[in-house]
Write a protein that binds this ligand. Structure first.
Ligand code: G16
Length: 518
């Protein structure tokens, strides 16, 4: 076949370092940018095959999101904007790890298994973040697409402006004071900062943004951004924030958002993905009641969700709560099972999904000339929410617009939002081990089944503290094991996280120095 001559010729220009083995993880491949050229070429080929198979356009996104600037990564996006289907994640790993002289065979295998008609057209959209390595790596993707005869149309995706306009109106029409309109945004020196710059003047009447870390000098995600703020539990390094001022941080590719403020005693308050899910689901539930619409609503979380948030949602809010493995792809699929599925990871990555039936019922009510004012207003607000939210994937900017609109509509301050429930003190740590795959988990990653003895050790450590919980899992985006602990006090959470880290270090092949107490 002519295309395999081309594969061999082109792939020689993007050679795989012999022996290098990488896994398609939580959000695709991620590692130091220097190791990724061959992966990009091969993912270009795989996207082309997927496009031929589905007869639809496939997306390839070159980004390492929250990771440091020197890393990069790639993920494939299916036709409806969803993450790549799991069977194809296995093909991605197989293609990525095929040695150079075995690549043509590995490609042929995918074609045969999936019975792909190679004469079909293929279209692949290639996107990239602002990392310095991204232009060259996305060129490698394009080379991979061309090697199998696919096309990479130059125009970008056209976004849906209808919803954003609806929210602009809402925000602009609200009677917030200047203080309430003010929002500090930390753009993490990434792509979100550039987009906020483009749109801020449209929002001015309802939202006055002070943009920090706009990419003009600082390094991507360095001492700033949603991951830094969430994990360090402090504001970005170079931001001066006044007590009580509402702030938010995006991550490098603007698919995560967390809010925060400091109080008059200088204490830092974080409003993470759990608080965001609570704010949004409370708002939606109220509107459903006002509208008299019988639609079920669920909140999907992961093991990282703060225990207080789960209790509040289940016992006070009385909404269905589900827990899945880490990774938005898992949350997304669970959320699709409900009329309205609100899903957020504690790290601020999430969105809201509305079923087609829910959208239709809301629309009917909004257009029903006989419905009373309360019902109509509720239906219109629900409709605006459907329009503003980016249902295909978490999007920090649309999440921010929705949160700001909810605060404006409810006349709520960030402090009142924060007071909905009190987080249990918690701590997240990382442990380096020689091979993180020795850790295997079950029960939505809440329990470790290997290595032997680790879960027993965690169980007996947890028993030492009140209101305590802890779990460990191998990261799918960094070469580390993540440790999470929460307890009644910060001292207990810190001590528990440290003790569990030591257990991981000792039982799962820790490398480097032993974890030190905090
Ligand atoms: C990605 C995923 C998230 C996940 C995060 C951390 O986020 O999209 O769903 O929570 O990685 O994953 P892990 O703990 O496995 O390293 P992002 O924002 O980096 O794309």
């Amino acid at each position: 076949m002519a295309e395999f001559q081309e594969v061999l010729k082109q792939s020689a220009l993007h050679p795989k370092p012999a022996g290098l083995c990488l896994q398609y993880g939580t959000a695709g491949f991620r590692t130091n940018a220097k190791q990724l050229d061959h992966i990009m070429f091969r993912m270009g080929m795989l996207a082309t095959l997927r496009s031929k198979k589905t007869q639809a356009t496939i997306g390839v996104m070159v980004t390492a999101s929250h990771n440091p600037e020197e890393d990069n990564g790639v993920k494939l996006v299916d036709p409806m904007g969803e993450m790549l289907t799991p069977a194809w994640e296995d093909y991605a790993t197989q293609l990525a790890n095929a040695e150079q002289d075995d690549l043509a065979r590995a490609v042929k295998e995918v074609i045969q298994k999936e019975a792909i008609d190679m004469s079909r057209e293929a279209n692949v959209f290639v996107g990239k973040d602002t990392r310095s390595s991204s232009p060259a790596l996305s060129q490698a993707v394009i080379d991979g697409v061309s090697a199998l005869g696919g096309h990479t149309p130059l125009h970008g995706l056209v976004s849906e402006h209808k919803g954003e306009c609806a929210m602009y109106l809402l925000l602009n029409a609200s009677n917030r004071t200047d203080d309430q309109k003010h929002l500090c945004v930390d753009g993490a020196n990434g792509i979100g900062a550039l987009k906020v710059r483009e749109m801020e003047h449209h929002l001015q009447k309802g939202l006055q943004i002070s943009l920090f870390n706009d990419g003009s000098k600082g390094k991507l995600n360095h001492q700033c951004g949603a991951d830094f703020v969430k994990v360090q539990q402090k504001p970005p390094a170079d931001i001066e924030i006044n007590p009580g001022e509402r702030c938010c941080s995006f991550d490098g590719d603007a698919d995560r958002i967390v809010y925060y403020y400091t109080d008059s005693d200088g204490r830092f308050h974080l409003l993470d993905g759990d608080k965001i899910a609570t704010l949004i689901s409370t708002f939606l539930k109220e509107l459903l009641t006002q509208a008299g619409l019988d639609l079920n609503i669920a909140v999907v979380q992961t093991a990282y969700a703060n225990g207080s948030s789960t209790l509040y949602l289940e016992n006070t809010m009385k909404v269905i709560v589900k827990c899945t493995k880490t990774g938005v792809k898992h949350l997304h699929h669970e959320a699709q099972k409900f009329d309205i599925g609100v899903y957020f990871e504690a790290n601020g990555h999430g969105t809201v999904l509305f079923s087609q039936a829910a959208v239709e019922k809301i629309q009917q009510l909004a257009e029903d000339a006989n419905s009373d004012d309360t019902k109509k207003r509720a239906a219109l607000l629900l409709q605006s929410t459907v329009n503003v939210i980016n249902q295909t994937v978490g999007d920090a900017i649309s999440d921010m617009l929705l949160i700001e609109a909810i605060l404006a509509v409810r006349g709520m301050t960030v402090q009142q939002w924060d007071a909905m429930y009190t987080d249990l003190p918690n701590r997240q740590l990382k442990v380096k081990v020689s091979d993180r795959r020795v850790i295997d988990t079950t029960d939505a990653e809440r329990r470790a089944v290997s290595p032997a003895g680790l879960q027993d050790a965690i169980d007996s450590l947890v028993k030492k503290y009140r209101q305590a919980r802890s779990f460990v899992r191998p990261s799918g985006t960094e070469d580390v094991v993540r440790v999470y602990a929460e307890a009644e006090t910060q001292e207990s959470a810190d001590a528990l996280a440290h003790e569990v880290s030591l257990a991981v270090y000792r039982l799962a092949g820790g490398v480097g120095d032993e974890p030190k107490p905090l």
